[in-house]
Design a protein around this ligand. Structure first.
Ligand SMILES: [Zn+2]
Length: 97
């Protein structure tokens, strides 16, 4: 049984214009912007992600997740874009030929 004197931290949705606050059983997502060569990574909600990554964006559902993904995709491209083919993907292409 959880300690009744422990108040869980409030987590609110990071999507613009959304004021939703997370409850115990909400199915939320967490977006991590610009990780490595990826534009973003999307995870099922985990409190540790929000706590450990200052740039992690908690999102209250599909609509808000899509809104923020769309924003990430519209960010201006860097002047020199290097195409990186993931190792597994490259091997899959070789196998096909
Ligand atoms: Zn939201």
């Amino acid at each position: 049984m959880p300690n009744p004197y422990m108040v869980p931290a409030t987590v609110r949705c990071a999507a613009p214009g959304c004021k939703n606050v997370r409850g115990e059983n909400n199915h939320w997502f967490v977006l991590l912007p610009e990780t490595d060569q990826k534009l973003f990574e999307m995870f099922r909600y985990a409190e540790s992600l929000v706590r450990n990554f200052p740039r992690a964006m908690p999102l209250c559902g599909e609509a808000c997740a899509l809104k923020v993904m769309s924003e990430q995709l519209q960010k201006p491209w860097p002047s020199e874009t290097v195409a990186v083919i993931p190792h597994k993907g490259a091997r899959a292409l070789e196998d096909e030929s």
